[in-house]
Each structure stands twice: as C-alpha cells, then as structure tokens.
Write a protein that binds this ligand. Structure first.
Ligand SMILES: O=C(O)CCC(=O)C(=O)O
Ligand SMILES: [Fe+2]
Length: 301
C-alpha cells in the first residue's frame, strides 16, 4: 500500500509541490521528535519574543540566525531520526516521482526552529541555486524530489513553508525562474503563495525549481522540527549536497547495522551481486562495520 496517490504525484509533477498529510504515523514520528529534543531542545529559549527584523516593504531575507539549529545526517542520536529519510515509503515515492528504480538520497538535514531565535521570513527563491551548477532538468529522471518531513505540527504561526505553484509562478515570470528571486517579482509571487501547513507526520514534497520561502515563527514558545530528504537518480552528477563519507566521525554504523541492502543502495553502497563485491571487499567492509549483515552480499558472490 503506497502512502501517496497517483493524483498527488501528478500534482507534484505539474505544480512542483504537494502536501502529503499523514505520510508518517505517530509511532514513527514520536521517537524522531524525541531525538530532535535531544539534539536541539537545550538551545531553546521558550520565553523569547517573536522577532521581526524586516525593513519596510520587505517580505523577508536570508539570515544566519535562521540556520543556527541545522545539521546534516548522520545525527548523534538514536536510529529513529537517522533512518527516517531512508524509510521505504519515501524511497518508493522517490522512485515513482523520478521514474527510476535507482535513486540516491543526496541531502538530509534536520532543522529546529524556535520562536524568537530569528526572524524566519525569507524572500522567494528556488533551491536549485545550491543543489546544481546548472538549472533544473526537464527530463523527469534528471529532476529531484525534495521532501520536508514534519516532526511537529506546522501551522502558519509555526513557520510553514510557503510556495507558489508552477502554473501561478509561470504567470508572473514564465519559465524564467531566477534562483535568487529578483526583487521585482517578490510581491507578485506573494499574492499567489500557498501555505504548506500540515500536522506532524506530513511530508511536503517539492522540487528545486519551485519558488518558495521560509516564514516566521510567531507563536510564543513555538517549536518547528523538520527533516529534509532529497532524492535524485543514481548517477546524476549534476546534483549534489552532501558527500556522505566526509562525515566519517558520525555514527554511520547505525546505517550499516539497521539498513536493508535497498536502503544502503540509496547512499551509494552497491547492491549484492554488483561487481564491486568480491570475497575481499565483503571481508574488509565487514571488518569496518562488524555488525553489518554481509550475508546477502556473500550469497550473491
Ligand atoms: O524551512 C523552510 O520552511 C524553508 C526554508 C528554505 O526554503 C530554505 O532555507 O531554502
Ligand atoms: Fe529553500
């Protein structure tokens, strides 16, 4: 049973964004939320008043303060948060969206936002600015699907992402989508924006060619926890964010101990039966990750 419908996929494809409410259930989200409390909860000032740093006429800007509690996978916490981005249902969504079996997770970051630590309002932009050196592809399999997983309820007072469906931004700027969102289109986009608000467990799936912006946290004491899971087709070297091996001091053992070969393939570990695997490479990988279940790889030799 898929956790998304054909109609939702069509909406993602045609309009660039879709909210998948209830994608994850409470049992799946609760331990992740506890992980987020462990990682970031201590940095919260529950008494901080909402910030408003905007100048007259400004919709919002990017500021360093917005990214204070932002970190790439893997995380120093339980397997729950670490493995959420590789949930089989998300991998299935990515495969369906990109129309290919071999997908790679190229970005996963956790992000905690607390009312008052920043003015979280941003201007409209497209994320392709820092996901590729070219522009978003037209060929479906060369596109990306970028998922924002909500681990808390996300309302407009709690900084819901706002986005402009492609058909609406086309009215404003045609196919011309400057990733930085020029000044002169901001107001026209604002009048067409939609909210991605949704309850905990929702997934907002979008693409790197969609105008969107972060919005401010105004609810006193508010908390917004999200996790990103961005997928591309394996072998799409135009798109990137994380080189996973760089973070070698992080708890990668969690992945080798808990992931299926299918999940590991999404972070670049060849599947059983692929030419990389020989008796020697299996032996050495096993030595590196002693609790890894090498049996499927041995069986396929
Ligand atoms: O966190 C959000 O709601 C969106 C943030 C965003 O779009 C960005 O930082 O590129
Ligand atoms: Fe963005």
């Amino acid at each position: 049973m898929s956790r998304f419908s054909a109609a939702q996929l069509t909406q993602w494809r045609n309009e660039g964004g879709v909210l998948l409410e209830g994608f994850f259930n409470a049992e799946e989200i609760e331990p992740c939320r506890a992980d987020m409390d462990l990682l970031y909860g201590g940095r919260r000032d529950a008494a901080a008043p909402a910030r408003n740093d905007k100048k007259a006429g400004e919709i919002g800007v990017f500021s360093r303060d917005q990214f204070r509690n932002f970190d790439d996978m893997p995380f120093q916490c339980s397997p729950s948060l670490n493995l959420l981005a590789l949930h089989p249902a998300l991998i299935e969504l990515a495969r369906a969206a990109l129309g290919t079996e071999e997908v790679h997770l190229y970005q996963s970051h956790s992000w905690a936002k607390f009312t008052g630590e920043a003015d979280f309002d941003q201007s409209f932009h497209c994320d392709f600015k820092n996901h590729t050196l070219t522009v978003p592809a037209e060929t479906p399999s060369q596109r990306t699907i970028n998922c924002m997983i909500y681990m808390t309820d996300v309302t407009d007072e709690l900084g819901a992402i706002h986005y402009v469906p492609l058909s609406a931004s086309n009215v404003v700027c045609g196919g011309e989508r400057d990733p930085f969102g020029p000044e002169e289109v901001q107001d026209a986009l604002k009048s067409r924006e939609r909210s991605g608000a949704g309850p905990a467990g929702s997934v907002f799936a979008y693409g790197i060619d969609v105008y969107h912006r972060g919005t401010n946290m105004t609810l006193p004491g508010g908390i917004r926890y999200t996790l990103t899971a961005s997928f591309k087709a394996a072998g799409n070297d135009m798109v990137g964010w994380s080189a996973w091996p760089v973070s070698f001091l992080r708890p990668w053992h969690i992945f080798f101990e808990q992931c299926t070969p299918d999940q590991l393939s999404c972070i670049g570990v060849p599947r059983p039966g692929q030419p990389f695997w020989t008796a020697e490479t299996v032996r050495r990988t096993q030595k590196r990750w002693p609790m890894w279940d090498a049996q499927p790889y041995l069986d396929a030799l």
